[in-house]
Design a protein around this ligand. Structure first.
Ligand SMILES: [Mg+2]
Length: 270
């Protein structure tokens, strides 16, 4: 390979985008600051060129914003995906919604949620009569569900799967014991693809990390070539990471995410 071709190949595969889930992937449940190791690695990568950071979360933008302040995050992400489907550009620690994407997303969900109205009563009846779970308000869904434990969440998933087969574009998005409903075309992977396409960044230039079921759609070679997860991830995530040729870390949360990043995308020598 000629020197020029080698240089072009190197440039096209160098890291340009780090896309992380938040809770369990960077942030501990106890509210302590995110490990410095993550910010140190991000800073080190940025000495080699532009490297963007997306937080891709099920939280609302406001909830994430509050938590980043509370945890005294020294660096904020360039982009946030909130509720697994809204896209926000971050400027001066404030969110600027990607109007075209978010407007279309909202319209699609409004139409979908109206068109599938019989499902809400069926789900409400099941949850009320057969589980200890709570029905709650959810910012992105006509119904939110909080199961009493992981086992009960498994049972709710088992109930949901055949029921939702009647409405092929409606999906239940599960994150641990939490459920919300969504359009199947809007998920963490679709949002990552929309942002990276807009930045002209290719999958070989993207690292992605997550720990739970709602992260599975973005942990896919179509969206990112480098896929990792911390050791606290659920088994389904670890299985998917291995199937995609990624790396399951031995450390937890942010330290594990950094371990995976280092393994899959070693920092270039200067
Ligand atoms: Mg998580």
């Amino acid at each position: 390979m000629s020197q020029q071709k080698k240089k072009t190949a190197l440039l096209s595969t160098s890291l340009k985008l780090i896309c992380t889930d938040f809770d369990g992937t960077l942030a501990e449940a106890d509210g302590r600051p995110i490990s410095d190791a993550f910010f140190e690695r991000l800073t080190a990568w940025r000495r080699h060129g532009d490297v963007y950071w997306i937080i891709n979360t099920g939280r609302t933008f406001a909830s994430l914003q509050e938590d980043l302040v509370r945890r005294k995050a020294p660096i904020w992400p360039n982009w946030v995906v909130a509720l697994e489907r809204e896209i926000w550009l971050v400027r001066d620690r404030r969110g600027v919604g990607w109007f075209e994407w978010n407007r279309k997303c909202e319209l699609m969900h409004t139409q979908l949620f109206e068109s599938v109205h019989p499902v809400w009563k069926l789900v409400e009846d099941y949850i009320t009569r057969h589980t200890q779970a709570k029905l709650v308000e959810d910012a992105g869904s006509p119904l939110g569900i909080i199961a009493s434990c992981e086992e009960e969440a498994d049972e709710i998933s088992a109930f949901m799967t055949p029921l939702l087969a009647n409405w092929p574009t409606l999906i239940a998005v599960r994150n641990s014991i939490y459920f919300r409903f969504s359009h199947k075309f809007y998920h963490k992977g679709a949002c990552l693809e929309a942002i990276s396409s807009g930045l002209a960044i290719l999958p070989p230039q993207i690292f992605v990390a997550g720990d739970h079921l709602n992260d599975l759609p973005m942990m896919d070679h179509r969206y990112a070539r480098h896929i990792g997860c911390p050791s606290n991830s659920v088994d389904e995530v670890k299985k998917k990471v291995r199937a995609e040729g990624g790396y399951v870390a031995s450390a937890k949360v942010a330290e594990g995410t950094v371990e995976a990043l280092d393994r899959l995308c070693p920092l270039p020598r200067r």
